[in-house]
Design a protein around this ligand. Structure first.
Ligand code: PRX
Length: 653
């Protein structure tokens, strides 16, 4: 749905859904009154609030100061020492919960594997010993390029245990994208897989990794999990099989968790920004862990017997915070699914819910829309009665999809938490608390305790209700990014450049007269395709790297399922003929170099692009053309206004 349509429908949206009495009674935060009190106190003195919450974690040494500020850089729990994997594993075992299921994994073919907390600790410790054997030390970087298999979570936790910084790269990214990320983080070791399953097919992951690693001098070893049994080339002296390494006689079951400084880096996760190069968002130990812990506990209202399932890929922040770190820090049972929602049929998600008696289900609006399109017969063929709470993340949810989710999946019984956050924020910032908040479909509602969110106009003044503007966060919070890996300047400029000392989210939002926040979409050159962040500049530079292309500009256009898709205007080099084959070739070129998620949906050849006299491409006009708008706005500043009509005539429907 287009941003304007979302805006129009949310403006009309008046329905309010309250949690049932029984849900509220059993939840952590039971009413709006209670939320308001907690919120008021938390923002009056955030340091006190977070310090109290931090006592729930296990510390090797307590912090001396809760918060230290230096310009736009923040440190939390200064001088404190802990270990994230210790908090996610040993702590629960110590409390007598070693036999509780930590992870449930379902393979695409339906096979299930479960790990108790004790079993998971053993696997994590053994793998940490493998990393140690290959001389990986505190603060070294390891790149993890894997599908959704348990070894992915085990690798992350093993890194955390040994104090190694992990950088997970989504398995759907191309070898070029992987290479760029390895080079930027100077990873010494890569963990990958022979192949991954998607819709019953094997995707040759190791082959991609080989192409990337071949160009990265920092990488000394590659550890390969055997998942699909497809043929792979193992490079002698560099490549090692996971199953052989982990079974080594010299590998022990125990690995003492390394004592980490609260502000030591935990992981880097790359995400798209306004300029071409992806940003390595850096999260640190204690603040991130606490934030993931506390938000998971209150937003998902998790109890001891819950079976929680987040459908995201761990290659994205949602999987980091709400499949691995948040749930495990809370001692919950987290389900991980390997494959596609449509495989073998569109009822796969609902079948998994029934099979494992999932109680809390967290997914993306794009998945909801895609499943809704398949018709009600699929969810109706399943019982879904174990569900008690639903969640969404990644993009605005249009009220129609919300209502379908509420009625057909939640059977009008389950609150929906529409959670707004970002890779940079580490965890959820704006969200309902399910036992307290009356829900308005399409609104992420209110800030989490400790979070001071606001909407500002261009002049820095607060927007009035329903006026709209830039979404900002006015005070630091423990889960916030600490910097962009190797680029403090870009951190300051991107997030604190527009309004002094105020975090700029890069989203447009409004709040209504009741104080509910409504997120309207990105305000920068980032496109959300199926909830994934794609930088327009990055796609453009990949298109231009095609040998036949002289120039390119991409813009988002609305799509009923994916939210947005990429529409590309391409100017060819002289001597190249426009053809459908060339279009397909350009699309494939982007897929190969960046990954399938970045593929333009439509490519329009153009003789020229609308530019100002100083040569700046007017994307606003291109967007209007791509959307098929008759009136594309003011064209008087263009060097050659006649290009507009031609582009309009040749628009791809
Ligand atoms: O535009 C917002 C959108 O996703 C962006 C962050 O993307 P990413 O870093 O990939 O993290 C996604 C998962 C946390 C935001 O700037 N977004 C995320 N959640 C919502 C949302 N937009 C509207 N409503 C949401 N609930």
């Amino acid at each position: 749905m287009a941003q304007q349509e979302v805006f129009a429908s949310v403006l009309k949206e008046k329905r309010v859904f309250r949690p049932s009495k029984s849900f509220s009674k059993n939840s952590y935060v039971k009413s709006m009154r209670e939320y308001k009190k907690i919120y008021r106190d938390s923002v009056k003195n955030p340091e006190k609030f977070w310090a109290e919450k931090a006592l729930q974690l296990d510390w090797f040494r307590k912090w001396k100061k809760v918060l230290v500020k230096k310009g736009d850089f923040y440190k939390w729990f200064v001088n404190g020492k802990l270990n994230v994997s210790y908090n996610c594993l040993d702590r629960h075992i110590g409390a007598g919960n070693g036999s509780k299921t930590a992870l449930i994994w379902e393979a695409e073919d339906g096979k299930v594997k479960k790990y108790t907390y004790s079993q998971l600790l053993k696997e994590v410790s053994r793998f940490a010993n493998v990393l140690k054997k290959y001389k990986l030390r505190k603060k070294d970087r390891v790149c993890i390029y894997m599908p959704m298999i348990p070894e992915l979570a085990i690798s992350m936790l093993a890194c955390a245990r040994a104090g190694i910084i992990h950088s997970v790269v989504f398995g759907g990214f191309s070898s070029d994208s992987l290479k760029d990320r390895i080079i930027d983080s100077k990873a010494k070791l890569v963990i990958t897989c022979d192949g991954s399953y998607r819709n019953g097919k094997v995707i040759p992951l190791k082959q991609n990794a080989d192409l990337a690693v071949g160009k990265c001098r920092s990488v000394k070893k590659v550890i390969v999990v055997k998942r699909c049994g497809n043929r792979v080339k193992m490079k002698k002296s560099r490549d090692l099989w996971w199953h052989q390494e982990i079974a080594g006689k010299d590998i022990k079951d125990k690995f003492n968790a390394v004592s980490m400084d609260a502000e030591d880096p935990l992981f880097i996760l790359y995400t798209s920004g306004t300029t071409g190069k992806p940003k390595g968002v850096l999260h640190t130990q204690a603040g991130y862990l606490l934030y993931a812990y506390q938000t998971f506990k209150w937003v998902f209202d998790v109890k001891d017997n819950d079976i929680y399932w987040c459908t995201a890929d761990i290659g994205w922040i949602t999987g980091h915070s709400y499949i691995v770190y948040g749930p495990l820090a809370c001692g919950a049972t987290s389900l991980m699914y390997e494959g596609s929602p449509m495989y073998p049929k569109p009822n796969r998600f609902w079948k998994i819910v029934d099979k494992h008696k999932v109680t809390i289900f967290y997914t993306a609006p794009t998945a909801i829309r895609a499943l809704m399109k398949e018709g009600d017969k699929w969810p109706k063929s399943c019982s879904l009665k174990s569900l008690r709470l639903l969640g969404t993340v990644g993009e605005p949810i249009n009220p129609e999809a919300w209502i379908w989710y509420y009625n057909v999946i939640g059977k009008k019984r389950c609150p929906i938490v529409d959670t707004w956050w970002q890779t940079e924020t580490g965890g959820i910032l704006i969200t309902p608390l399910p036992g307290a908040t009356p829900l308005k479909p399409g609104s992420a509602s209110f800030p989490f305790p400790g979070i001071v969110a606001d909407v500002l106009k261009e002049n820095g003044k607060r927007a009035k209700p329903d006026e709209g503007g830039d979404l900002v966060i006015k005070k630091p919070w423990p889960g916030m990014l600490r910097t962009i890996w190797g680029n403090d300047e870009r951190y300051k400029e991107t997030y604190f450049g527009k309004f002094r000392h105020i975090y700029l989210a890069g989203d447009t939002a409004r709040y209504d007269k009741d104080g509910y926040f409504w997120i309207l979409g990105r305000s920068d050159d980032v496109i959300k395709v199926s909830g994934h962040r794609i930088g327009t500049a990055e796609v453009e530079s990949h298109i231009v790297s095609h040998k036949a292309v002289a120039e390119a500009a991409v813009v988002p256009v609305p799509d009923a399922i994916k939210g947005w898709v990429i529409y590309a205007f391409v100017v060819l080099k002289r001597g190249n003929k426009e053809s459908d084959r060339l279009k397909d070739d350009i699309i494939e070129h982007v897929a190969k170099h960046m990954g399938h998620i970045a593929k333009p949906e439509k490519v329009q050849f153009a003789e020229d692009l609308p530019k100002t006299r100083s040569g700046k491409i007017m994307r606003r006009i291109l967007k209007a053309i791509a959307e098929g708008q008759e009136d594309v706005g003011n064209v008087t500043t263009l060097a050659d206004p006649t290009v507009v009509d031609k582009l309009k005539r040749e628009r791809i429907q």
